[in-house]
Write a protein that binds this ligand. Structure first.
Ligand code: 8ID
Ligand code: ZN
Length: 352
């Protein structure tokens, strides 16, 4: 039976502190719309995006009160009445990702760019997310979790993994190319290092501190630069990548500083993939350099259902492992503080 109330982490209003509530209402099965399912959560990762939403530092605001979270794994415990052709059934273990639902009928959905569907709903942003025991999602958009992946292990693939996997895939990097990840020691970055290494790319990891250095080098990075120690980042990056600069830069840091010099250090013909989402920052690429170096600049936004499937499949085959520490839901506030301070190597996963 589905309880009427549950424990949830709630942002009551923008700028007001997070509250752990034990009497938060649970969506009841009879309240689900056709096409929706109710998932009883087992684990959820904490993404830097959740912190942006709680702080309201983006140009677009989330709903409030807000239950954040979009890296959830749990079990389907109810499916809305009159749901036709559900790819999942009661008892299935599924993942809840940032893109909670889309219309599946518009041009963007047809083209596999469902992340930008005008009717898209986003977990922990436009609808309540995974920082609660029971979360509603869309039967078409929840992602089946491979049997051999533990729920806590799988959780952060649902956002961090999908996002970096897609960004690398769409960068069209080729085997043997140099790829640089500013932000390599964070949640997205440490997975990016592994997907890239698995694809035969040569990884230059950029972040700060010995713990993150040891982490990324153990995960397959070939070279490391500490951005706080480098006196001339452009020069150091070019020197580290055969004197020509990396073919690809995927920016996985949450600051605009990490974007600033990318066009200067990229190899001619190279690609800048914008992934990290610093609040109101703009991309200041010199037009002259961009043109005469023939630089490609692209944005990459999470991933579609197929990207989700592929990112999890690669993880289930042991090519990519989320490095995480587990905590209870009550530790969300301290997790936000640590994300803000930049002290988390890998991810924090909350277990229910
Ligand atoms: O779809 C998308 N594009 C998408 C999906 C998911 C997350 C975008 N994001 C965004 C988040 O909203 C956030 O802005 O990606 C960013 C990174 O998310 P995260 O990996 O969850 O954050 P983190 O774990 O805090 O890691 C960030 C790392 O960046 C380093 C920090 O030390 C940390 O390890 N870093 C910073 I801050 N500034 C840096 C710099 N100048 C830097 N590394 C190199 N150079
Ligand atoms: Zn995320």
């Amino acid at each position: 039976t589905i309880p009427k109330t549950q424990t949830a982490a709630v942002v009551p209003a923008h700028g007001s502190p997070l509250e752990i509530r034990h009497d938060h209402p649970v969506v009841q099965p009879e309240d689900l719309k056709p096409g929706e399912c109710l998932v009883k959560l087992i684990s959820t990762g904490v993404c830097h995006t959740d912190l942006h939403c709680a702080k309201n530092d983006w140009p677009v605001a989330s709903i409030v009160p807000l239950v954040g979270g979009h890296e959830g794994v749990g079990t389907v415990v109810a499916i809305g009445a009159h749901t036709a052709g559900s790819p999942v059934k009661l008892g299935d273990r599924v993942g809840i990702k940032w893109l909670a639902s889309s219309c599946l009928k518009c041009e963007f959905c047809r083209k596999g760019l469902e992340q930008v569907c005008p009717k898209g709903q986003y977990s922990g942003f436009t609808i309540d997310g995974t920082f609660q025991e029971y979360c509603r999602s869309d039967v078409q958009h929840v992602t089946p979790i491979p049997d051999n992946l533990d729920s806590a292990e799988a959780a952060s693939i649902l956002c961090a993994g999908i996002t970096v996997y897609r960004a690398i895939k769409y960068s069209k990097s080729q085997i043997g190319d140099w790829i640089v990840f500013p932000g390599a020691g964070g949640g997205l970055g440490h997975l990016a290092v592994q997907y890239a290494a698995a694809m035969g790319l040569r990884v230059l990891a950029i972040d700060t501190g010995a713990e993150k250095k040891d982490l990324v080098m153990s995960l397959g990075a070939e070279k490391w630069i500490d951005f706080k120690e480098s006196k001339d980042l452009v020069k150091d990056i070019i020197a580290a990548t055969d004197g020509l600069g990396p073919h690809t830069a995927v920016i996985t840091a949450a600051t605009s500083a990490a974007y600033e010099q990318a066009v200067d250090y990229l190899r001619p013909g190279g690609t800048l993939m914008a992934v990290g989402l610093p609040g109101h920052a703009t991309l200041n690429a010199g037009i002259f350099q961009t043109v005469v170096k023939s630089i490609n600049i692209q944005g990459s936004y999470v991933g579609n259902r197929q990207d989700a499937f592929e990112a999890l499949d690669i993880a289930s085959r042991g090519k990519v492992k989320v490095v995480f520490k587990t905590k209870p839901l009550e530790a969300l506030k301290e997790t936000y503080e640590a994300l803000e301070a930049g002290t988390i190597a890998g991810r924090i996963v909350l277990n229910f």
